[in-house]
Design a protein around this ligand. Sequence first.
Ligand SMILES: [Zn+2]
Length: 321
Amino acid sequence: MPKIAVFAGHGGADYGAVSGSLREKDFNLAISNAVSSLLRGMGYEVINNRTTDTDRNISRDAALANNQNADALVEIHMNSNEGTPGTGSEAFYSVKDTGQGRALAEAILANLEGLGFVNRGARVHLNASGQDTFGILRLTDMPAVLLETAFINNPQDIQRLNIQAVAQAIANAVARVFPVTAPPVTPPQGGNAVIRSIQSTLNSRYGFNLAADGAAGPLTRAALVRGLQTELNRQFGRNLATDGVFGPLTRAATVNVRPGARGNMTYIIQAALFIRGFTDVIPDGVFGPVTERAVRQFQGASGLTADGIAGPNTQNALFRW
Ligand SMILES: [Zn+2]
């Protein structure tokens, strides 16, 4: 997700522009906090230079944005002038900008224009050395905008200035120029797809809560035994504890599962065979020739009679993990 630096100009001992009882730093902070809250709600990561009325330091703030690799930066200010009050919004982007800073500045101004503010335009502002006049633009690396939201000494501008509406206008502009990438529909999946399927099947069939991580760890292996115990109880009226341990009682309660069988017990045996490395057995609950061959091979490797029938001895060897 994009990371946006939302900075409030001035603060603490530095009031910024003042008009009567109005202090620029207070507007900057209120707008900055509202924009930040909106952007977070839209899925952005937001970093701030200040969230309370504290001093700010332009060099430190610029370093913060650079070190945090912010994708974009907006710094909020209020304008002021001498004489007849000016009106409207203007925005500055860096002389280093490659397009996105300007695009963001213009998008913000267009949205503020929609709220009734005069659009005074977006431009660079350079000092005699040809560098950005504003430190936050000069010292940062990412697309950056310094916004002069409105004129603090213009009563009409102040009357028009609804903090929440202005914040929404700025957040919407960020969203247009730096859209949040849609999150993946499914989380990244790891491990083996067949084992993930086994885990999901056990969860839905028996109400387990296995992580479908595709790894046949101890919980997944115990879950197979719990499933087997559950089937023996349901289908054959056994009264086994479904504890996931293939002990003597479970062994005594087993039934022969033969070629041609179908159902959940066959599925569990197939799953155990797959986990034990017989990966041509894809569990489907049907005891066919591939499963029978795997049972014979497993029996042979375990020193059992290779008859292809999953009886008590075979199941004991299969589920004694
Ligand atoms: Zn200012």
